[in-house]
Design a binder for this molecule. Structure first.
Ligand code: KIV
Length: 262
């Protein structure tokens, strides 16, 4: 176990009003950079389906793929809490499956916790997984695995339901909850109403912490970016420029030059 960030530390941060910084990662080199930059939580998100595997939703991602990516992230991380994201159908079919699959993250990777999507509807599942001593982060609001039921990736505005979902996942034992695609004023009310840290994505500034998808933040792809994303770099442009230079240098005989020869 590498993590310096414990559940106790996260609760203290919420109490003191210190912002929790979370980010996704899916492989060793990026996970190392994210960890070295002082991020507190690294989520190996099932967003990997969309930003790494080229899928149009997170639905095709499998348990074995999540285990593979979480294991290589786990090897790179020394400080942050690594959280494995439970993919579609890994926890919806039965509570037994859910506990077993959640346990695989802790047993086979460097993860210290798991995340799963849903509010009141998955509270019994959260209860069973936490009973098996596996910390669970819940995820409410815009839950991408329910894209078809929601009729698209849409902001969720039912305040009463969102507040009740947040209270239910807290009561079921979740140590934290991701609030995705929720108007800022509702996220603020949820953050004030519960004692576990809220981590926002498209949920305004008043959550206890923030999370973004690494590939969105770094500009690593040319997909549509939602309004809530701030792109801090355009690494796709930089990478393409470097690759094009390599292509033309090989073609015009400039590479390899003498300094790259034995
Ligand atoms: O899969 C993911 O990356 C996520 C975050 C966007 C919260 O669920």
């Amino acid at each position: 176990m590498n993590s310096q960030i414990t559940l106790t530390k996260l609760y203290q941060m919420k109490k003191k009003g210190e912002k929790i910084v979370a980010l996704t990662a899916y492989d060793y080199p990026f996970a190392k950079m994210v960890d070295e930059s002082g991020v507190h939580m690294i989520l190996v998100g099932d967003s990997l389906g969309m930003v790494v595997q080229g899928e149009t939703s997170t639905l095709p991602v499998t348990m074995d793929e999540m285990i593979y990516h979480t294991r290589i992230v786990g090897k790179a991380v020394k400080n942050a809490m690594v959280i494995g994201d439970m993919p579609f159908l890994s926890y919806q079919v039965s509570i037994e499956d859910a506990v077993y699959n959640a346990g695989r993250f802790l047993k086979e990777t460097g993860a210290a916790a798991v995340k799963l999507e849903g509010g009141a509807a998955v509270s019994n599942t959260i209860r069973a997984i936490t009973k098996a001593s596996i910390p669970v982060q819940a995820h409410i609001g815009l839950t991408p695995q329910s894209v078809h039921q929601m009729g698209g990736f849409k902001v969720q505005r039912d305040e009463e339901r969102l507040l009740s979902d947040a209270r239910e996942v807290e009561a079921a034992g979740a140590f934290s909850v991701v609030l995705e695609g929720i108007p800022a004023d509702i996220s603020r009310k949820i953050t004030e109403a519960i004692s576990i840290p809220t981590i926002g994505i498209g949920a305004g500034p008043d959550c206890d912490g923030q999370i973004l998808v690494l590939h969105d933040l770094l500009g690593l792809h040319d997909r549509h970016l939602p309004k809530f994303v701030k792109q801090y770099a355009n690494l796709r442009k930089a990478a393409k420029k470097s690759i094009s230079s390599y292509v033309s240098e090989v073609q015009n005989g400039k590479f390899p030059s003498e300094e790259h020869c034995y």
